[in-house]
Design a protein around this ligand. Sequence first.
Ligand code: PLP
Length: 398
Amino acid sequence: MTRIGMACTKCGNNQAFSYDHVTCACGGSLLVQYDMELAAKTMTKQAIQSRPSSMWRYKELLPVSSPEDVVSLGEGWTPLSYMNIQGIGLPVDHVWIKREELNPTGSFKARGMSVAVSLLKERKARYAAVSSNGNAASALAAYAGCAGIEAIVFLPEDCPPLIVQECLSYGARTFRVQGLIQDAGQWVEAGKHLFGWSTVATLKEPGRVEGKKTMGFELAEQLGWKLPSVIIYPTGGGSGLIGMWKAFHELKQMGMIADPLPRMVSVQDAGCSPLVSAMGNHATVLDAPAATGMRVPRPPDIDLLLHILKETGGKAVAVNQVEIDGAQRYLGYRGVSSSPEGAATWAGLLKLCEEGWIRRDDSVVLFNTCHGLKYGKSLGLESVPLLANLKELFYHTS
Ligand SMILES: *Cc1c(COP(=O)(O)O)cnc(C)c1O
């Protein structure tokens, strides 16, 4: 087994591996550590090539001890699509979009929950609870269901209805809470104390960061063991950002990549942008934030997120609803069904281009973290009558 313990991101202290103790006495986050030398023996560039098309191709650097405990629905190894942006006047040549909407349950949250639920199976947990803006809840519901673990999920009451429906359809005990994600979190904490539920909320257990980390491994592998120079990522609690940052450091340690770390950019909703404020910029628009995965007013370890943005020369940028809507339409015309969060990365790119922060020779990767269909609203499109006069229909509707 390659999993050897945990290390604090703040004070560097090493500790034994734990399923539920992931905050150091100093307040920093404890992340899983591996025997990198042992991992490097079998996780070679060549060996990986013939492995399954899922994130478990990097099993040496995932914390589950025994293959029997792995709970997988085929998550990860999503396409990295090259965007043909010639002719639209963007001052950058190379942009890719990572198609995370193609994961099981339609979002990248599947990656984290595959590992988190595998660890719950390993420790023989019976109940798993999460507070979530939606996608973590439905992913937990799906994976816990597979593992025979009961999922209990708490969602803000304005969570998109289809996502609430999805949680129910995977068999989770599903509750809508009056309030935001932190209010939902209080129910999970209460259940933990009263009933001994295992919580898989952001940075409350070690698995989700490890699962999300595989996005970083895949980027490197899909780009031929090169890294892009910029990653634009819609940030809420931030475990995706932490995961990718960890992944790049691990690949470097194993000598699998040589490039500098990408400049990591957090995109946030202008109505809820704690990282933008913490980086010393003010979001100019004070919209009410939309009910998306980016709406996390108090990320559990904001210091670590700031450290990552600064260490990599990155940035936090806020985009508003009008910009997100426009980006969603644009990506739609390009055949990509983007969630508001995914669309925000395109909007963020446009903004950074305008500011001159993106350079012509940058290579940029955007993350479409979720499928647009999960946020479905009513259509606003009427049915046409039985076939009569096509010309009339065509010219009299627009
Ligand atoms: C959870 C979520 C995010 C935010 O991800 P973090 O890694 O928690 O910051 C972004 N987009 C979507 C669709 C999400 O579900």
